[in-house]
Ligand binder design. Structure first.
Ligand code: P6P
Length: 338
C-alpha cells in the first residue's frame, strides 16, 4: 500500500466521534450503536473470510421465518449482531430477517431510545460459491412511550424517520458504509490492524448510470410498463444509450457497485411476487437512505420508497434504487400502473 501525503488516516471510531462533536445535543448513544456495529462487522468478516476453512459452509439444517434454508453463517452473523448490540443500553428492541418476532433486550440490561433492524447476512445463498455477501442495518428512534422494551410499533416507521443506516460488504475487501443523514461515508477494513479506515468520504452517485442490475428471468411475469422500462434502460427504444447489465444476485454487491459508479438496481413487482422480493424495513429503507444521501433516489415504482408507511415487520417492496435520473425514468414510465 502506498501512502499519499494528502491521505489522512481516519478510523471509523475517530470519524464517528468527530461527527458527534458537530452536534452539541448528541448524547453519544447513536455513536455507541455505530461503534458496536463496526465491531460486529469485523467479527462477521472474520467468519466469512474463513468460511471455506472452518467447515461452516452449507445449511445449518434449519429454516428461518422466511422458510429459507438457513446457512450456518446466517445463524452466526445473526447471533454476533444480537450479542454485540443487546447490552449497550442504547436499544429498546431489535428485529432481524432471521427472526419472526422482535428481539427483546434481556432483562439484565438497560433499554435505550433506539431500535435496530438488520439483515445479518444478505445474499447468504451465495456464500458457498464465494460471491460477496453483506450485512444491512437501519436505526430508528423509539416512538412508544416508556423506557422499557420496545414494540413492533417502534419498528413500523417510514424510511424517512431513520436516524442512521448502513451496510457492510464482504467482498474483495470488507467495507462498511453508513449515513446519519450527513452524507454517506465508506470505510475499508485493514485486517492487519483490525481497523475500518475512511476510504470513501462523502460518496456521490453519478446522476445517470451505466449499469442496470435486474434479474430478467422474471420478464414473463412483469407488467407491460415494466417491460417497456427495461427496453428503455437497454436502449432498445432509442431514447437513451444502452446500459450494461451487471447482476451478481447479491443485493449489497449490486448496490455497492452502482452507488460508487452509477447505475440502477431494479427488483420490480411481478405476477408471482406482487410486492417484489426484498424486505422494506431492513433491506430497502437503509439502502434508500444511503442512496439519497449520495445524491441518488429510491422508489417502489409508485412513490419515494422512504415515504412508504410499513404495516408488517417483514413486508416486501418493489425496488428501484440508484442514479437519480434512472429512478426518475422508472417513476415516469410506471405512472401507467398507478
Ligand atoms: P433473485 C439474495 O437471496 C437476495 O435476497 C438479494 O441479495 C438479491 O439481490 C436477490 O435476493 C436476488 O434475487 O430472485 O434475482 O435470485
Amino acid at each position: 500500500m502506498i501512502f499519499h501525503s494528502d491521505t489522512s488516516i481516519v478510523t471509523i471510531d475517530r470519524f464517528i466521534i468527530e461527527q458527534e462533536a458537530k452536534f452539541p445535543e448528541a448524547t453519544g448513544e447513536l455513536s455507541g450503536i455505530l461503534y458496536d456495529l463496526a465491531v460486529a462487522a469485523k467479527m462477521i468478516s472474520s467468519k466469512v473470510r474463513r468460511a471455506g476453512l472452518i467447515d461452516i459452509l452449507g445449511a445449518a439444517g434449519s429454516e428461518n421465518v422466511q422458510g429459507e434454508h438457513q446457512q450456518k453463517l446466517d445463524v452466526i452473523a445473526n447471533l454476533i449482531i444480537t450479542k454485540a448490540m443487546d447490552h449497550g443500553g442504547r436499544l429498546c428492541a431489535m428485529a432481524s430477517e432471521e427472526e419472526e418476532g422482535i428481539i427483546a433486550i434481556p432483562p439484565q440490561f438497560r433499554c435505550g431510545k433506539y431500535v435496530l433492524l438488520f439483515d445479518p447476512l444478505d445474499g447468504s445463498s451465495n456464500i458457498d460459491v464465494n460471491v460477496p455477501v453483506g450485512t444491512i442495518f437501519s436505526v430508528l428512534r423509539r416512538i412508544t412511550p416508556g423506557t422499557g422494551n420496545g414494540t413492533v410499533e417502534d419498528m413500523l416507521q417510514p424510511g424517512f424517520t431513520q436516524v442512521a443506516a448502513g451496510y457492510v460488504i464482504y467482498g474483495s475487501s470488507t467495507m462498511m458504509v453508513y449515513t446519519t443523514g450527513h452524507g454517506a461515508h465508506g470505510f475499508t477494513l485493514d485486517p492487519s490492524i483490525g481497523e475500518f479506515l475512511l476510504s470513501h468520504p462523502h460518496i456521490r452517485t453519478p446522476e445517470r448510470g451505466k449499469y442496470l442490475s435486474v434479474n430478467d428471468s422474471y420478464e414473463r411475469y412483469w407488467s407491460e410498463p415494466v417491460r417497456a422500462l427495461m427496453r428503455r434502460y437497454r436502449g432498445l427504444d432509442s431514447q437513451r444509450e444502452p446500459m450494461n447489465v451487471r447482476y451478481v444476485g447479491s443485493l449489497v454487491a449490486d448496490f455497492h457497485r452502482n452507488l460508487l459508479g452509477g447505475g440502477i438496481f431494479v427488483y420490480p413487482a411481478n405476477s408471482k411476487n406482487p410486492n417484489g422480493k426484498l424486505r422494506l424495513l431492513y433491506e430497502c429503507n437503509p439502502l434508500a437512505f444511503i442512496q439519497e444521501q449520495a445524491g441518488g433516489a429510491c422508489s417502489d415504482g409508485r412513490q419515494r420508497l422512504m415515504d412508504v408507511v410499513p404495516t408488517e415487520l417483514h413486508q416486501r417492496s418493489p425496488l428501484f434504487l440508484g442514479s437519480k435520473a434512472d429512478v426518475e425514468t422508472a417513476a415516469a414510465m410506471l405512472q401507467a400502473e398507478r
